[in-house]
Design a protein. Structure first.
Length: 188
């Protein structure tokens, strides 16, 4: 049976509406973990999965240009999009054109996000650059992207690395290096 109990369905909506909560335990350990598991287990054609996917893709552009707590909404929505991309690769349910559209939307949001802070002592991980690097890694592992899209990803990594406003010291460099290596290994 692929239908959720109404209580579980409401839990997905509640988790999604709190994806950017400033309590790190609630956000990282409960909400993100629950939503990632939901993406993994849920049938991709379900309306709830589609709602989650579209909401997180839209959330990646939420309050772009601001350096405030909205960063958590963008960053953790990005991680859910990473899980969707992995699922799409595993289950082959997204057309090449749909994946290109997701790429354009997601990568554009990552490129435009100016809040690159990693860790907040009282709120936990924001990590937009690390989560964005995870996004690029997920895209690099697809066979359907063009040479231009691979070049775009490398350009974004270069832009993020050369950002003079923040010194990456929370393993963002390693995450960007993994994405870069996957892009280069793709041969495109």
């Amino acid at each position: 049976n692929n239908t959720l109990h109404p209580v579980d369905e409401q839990l997905v909506y509640d988790a999604l509406s709190n994806i950017g909560h400033t309590d790190s335990y609630l956000r990282d350990d409960l909400i993100y973990s629950f939503l990632a598991q939901f993406v993994y287990e849920s049938p991709h054609e379900s309306s709830l999965f589609q709602h989650l996917f579209k909401t997180c893709l839209t959330n990646m552009s939420y309050a772009l240009g601001k350096v405030d707590d909205s960063v958590f909404v963008r960053s953790f929505s990005t991680l859910i999009i990473v899980e969707v991309i992995k699922k799409a690769k595993r289950e082959n349910f997204m057309s090449e054109q749909d994946m290109h559209n997701v790429f354009e939307t997601a990568v554009d949001a990552f490129r435009k996000d100016i809040d690159v802070r990693g860790y907040f002592e009282d709120k936990g991980w924001a990590h937009t650059v690390a989560h964005g690097a995870d996004l690029l890694l997920a895209f690099a592992n697809l066979n359907t992207l063009t040479q231009h899209q691979h070049e775009t990803m490398l350009d974004i990594i270069q832009e993020k690395i050369l950002n003079p406003s923040y010194g990456y010291h929370h393993n963002e460099d390693r995450r960007m290096a993994r994405a870069t290596a996957a892009i280069i290994k793709s041969g495109k």
